[in-house]
Design a protein around this ligand. Structure first.
Ligand code: GAL
Length: 665
């Protein structure tokens, strides 16, 4: 298979005379792909219906002559002024009711028919023009779908979406509980968009609005996909997502119709207040993106220099770009595309640096990218197509995510952070993890399924989880699961609601803690007996109903009450953690839990990440020293190291930010 390596290229930003130099430098870096055109609408369609592909054809052909294929972005994320100013109702309206104005990007209303028609036209023209082009291998839809629009058109579309969903106003009123504060709707037209209101909207409306907005982008994308498939059959279609952290679109839905998932990976960014980068966040991003389609993915934008718009973040240290890019490959990337080729001299992103600086000459970041290109030329094709194989899954619920956005329950609670706190202990042990949706049909392939705060829970999902445990699986469920039904209404049973039986426990009482408040959890079992962990944010007093308590609280009025339990159910077991602890708390829990369910990681020194990709009996181990110090790593049997091309065995000293790619015999 082909491994794709390249950069995002904007020939329209550079003098024509420079293109040849760029193509040569890219070829020397081992590039075999670029992404182009995703912001070039005005150059492709300078006037309504008048197209000019000549410049892009020339760029594609020039690059092809240097062995470089092209992914073309549909340019709809940044519409031309001629389109938007012709009808300003095409601009999205923000939550406060203020309409956006021209001057940035992603400022369109996704339901606007005039906008959609203009999008259809440019997408169709591109698809027709490049349908048979041998060097255009794929299309990317738009760029980083996102944002909510709260305009009247979206409101009307929301009302239609609700009509489809509920059928009758009686059903909607019942589901949302609109009798509260006399909100009962008597006409569909009365239902508002989730714009700012005096205080807060009905939780049922909020969850449905978020689902609707997510569906709206999925639907807008589908329009582009339908055109691309009809007019340019055979070309692959992708979209560049924003990793684990972006939480306004259901990424399982958005990626379902795509041929492969791609995402944009920036670690050291100018808005981050952390001076230390934490590569485990990137690992979660990669795992989430791979899991959307359970297939190799691409990084369509990989950080290639200091990031920034008005201010500039720290420069990636020598070796970091390469180590970070290898991390993506380790987690299943079959394409690694740096954003961007050369830092732009103008526009909003002047300080978002590319592989090349503004001056365009080869400097150390370019040399690092060249080195990696030469390495990948040796073995990229060999690892492409292989996949990490996980025995552990984490359930990512968009209903829970959306639900917590409106009602975090505790102001210090963030679903994404909690999810990450549960992920981190696995990552530290080099345990491979898949991120699955509620729709996952094959849970039985996992030894452990972790269910972080499944706040909104359907009967179907509760049933799937119970059957998984009954058949022998191990489940870890955390606090505030089973609290709500699908209309975002609180259930009328003891918590954890529909998971009470499988977990063999009930929540007797819960306590939401103030920022300066804490409690302690003391573990009571085997190897972790007596270990303690500090607890903040949330504590539940658990009453086992068949489960065994494995940890208790030591402070405040909860002292002595059970905090974490384990229940034998069918052939499996279910752990219920009535706490929102930090990663240390879950780390201690894993220390006890993982060995007894046979989940093994890969031992490695601190700061060294080991990830395996497998295919047809073949295993590749990526060993990445993310630390700033040399680390000793032991290789038991002789293996082929693919970067150096040498057979190695025994104790290896891995310099800082160095990487090994081992092919197992
Ligand atoms: C990404 C986006 C790129 C570029 C980059 C740097 O999110 O897709 O087009 O804007 O960020 O800001």
């Amino acid at each position: 298979m082909t491994f794709y390596y390249g950069a995002d290229y904007y020939p329209e930003h550079w003098p024509h005379e420079r293109w040849n130099t760029d193509a040569k430098m890219m070829q020397a870096a081992g590039f075999n792909v670029v992404r182009m055109a995703e912001f070039a609408w005005v150059k492709l369609e300078p006037k309504p219906g008048e197209f000019d592909f000549a410049w892009l054809d020339e760029a594609i052909d020039l690059l092809a002559a240097h062995g470089i294929k092209t992914v073309l972005g549909t340019p709809t994320a940044s519409p031309p002024a001629w389109l938007m100013m012709a009808d300003e109702t095409q601009f999205l309206v923000r939550e406060d009711g203020v309409r956006s104005t021209y001057g940035a990007r992603r400022e369109y209303c996704p339901t606007h028919e005039a906008y959609r028609a203009a999008s259809d036209r440019i997408v169709a023209a591109m698809a027709e023009h490049y349908a048979d082009h041998p060097h255009v291998i794929a299309f990317q839809t738009d760029n980083e779908f996102g944002d909510n629009c709260f305009c009247d058109l979206c409101r009307a579309a929301f009302q239609r979406w609700l009509q489809d969903k509920y059928g009758s106003l009686d059903a909607l009123n019942e589901a949302w509980g609109t009798i509260f504060w006399s909100h009962t709707y008597q006409k569909w037209e009365e239902i508002p968009a989730m714009r700012n209101t005096a205080i807060a909207h009905n939780p049922g409306l909020q969850l449905d609005w978020k689902r609707f907005m997510s569906d709206t982008y999925v639907d807008f994308q589908q329009r582009q996909i339908d055109i691309l498939r009809a007019k340019a059959p055979g070309k692959l279609i992708t979209h560049n997502l924003m990793g684990f952290g972006y939480d306004k679109i259901n990424y399982f839905d958005l990626t379902a119709p795509l041929d492969f998932t791609a995402w944009d990976n920036y670690l050291r960014v100018f808005w981050s207040d952390k001076s230390e980068v934490d590569v485990s966040h990137m690992a979660l991003g990669h795992d989430t993106m791979r899991s959307t389609k359970q297939a190799p993915f691409w990084v369509m934008e990989q950080q290639s220099g200091p990031t920034g718009w008005s201010t500039i973040a720290e420069a990636p240290r020598p070796g970091e770009l390469r180590a970070w890019a290898y991390q993506g490959i380790a987690h299943g990337a079959d394409g690694m595309v740096f954003f961007r080729w050369r830092s732009c001299r103008f526009g909003t992103e002047e300080y978002w640096h590319g592989v090349l600086d503004h001056h365009g000459e080869a400097t150390r970041r370019y040399h690092e990218v060249v080195q990696m290109g030469q390495e990948l030329a040796q073995f990229g094709g060999l690892v492409a197509g292989s996949m990490p194989v996980a025995e552990t899954a984490m359930l990512l619920s968009y209903d829970a995510r959306f639900g917590f956005q409106s009602q975090p329950n505790n102001p210090q609670f963030h679903y994404n952070q909690h999810f990450y706190d549960l992920y981190r202990g696995l990552w530290q042990r080099n345990v491979a993890v898949d991120i699955v949706s509620e729709q996952e049909q094959h849970l039985s392939q996992y030894k452990l399924v972790i269910v972080p705060a499944l706040y909104v829970l359907s009967e179907q999902t509760a049933h799937t989880l119970a059957e998984y445990v009954r058949a022998g699986g191990a489940l870890l469920v955390t606090a505030r699961s089973g609290v709500k039904g699908l209309a975002n209404e609180v259930v009328d049973t003891r918590l954890p609601g529909l998971l009470r039986e499988v977990c063999g426990v009930r929540v007797e009482e819960y306590d939401s803690m103030k920022p300066d408040q804490h409690n302690r959890v003391i573990f009571d079992v085997d190897a972790i007996k007596g270990k303690e962990a500090e607890l903040r944010v949330w504590a539940e007093w658990l009453e086992p109903e068949g489960a065994q308590s494995i940890a208790h609280y030591s402070e405040d009025y909860l002292a002595g009450q059970s905090a974490i339990t384990i229940n034998e159910f069918g052939a499996g077991k279910a752990v219920y953690a009535g706490v929102w602890g930090d990663s240390e708390l879950f780390d201690t829990l894993y220390e006890w839990l993982l060995p007894q369910i046979g989940v093994e990681g890969i031992a490695a020194p601190q700061g060294v990440e080991v990830v395996q990709r497998k295919q047809g009996g073949q295993t590749f181990s990526f060993v990445i020293n993310h630390s700033q110090e040399a680390r000793h790593f032991i290789i038991g049997e002789e293996m082929q190291e693919l970067i150096s091309g040498k057979a190695i065995k025994g104790e290896i000293i891995l310099p800082p930010l160095e990487v090994l790619v081992l092919q197992h015999n």
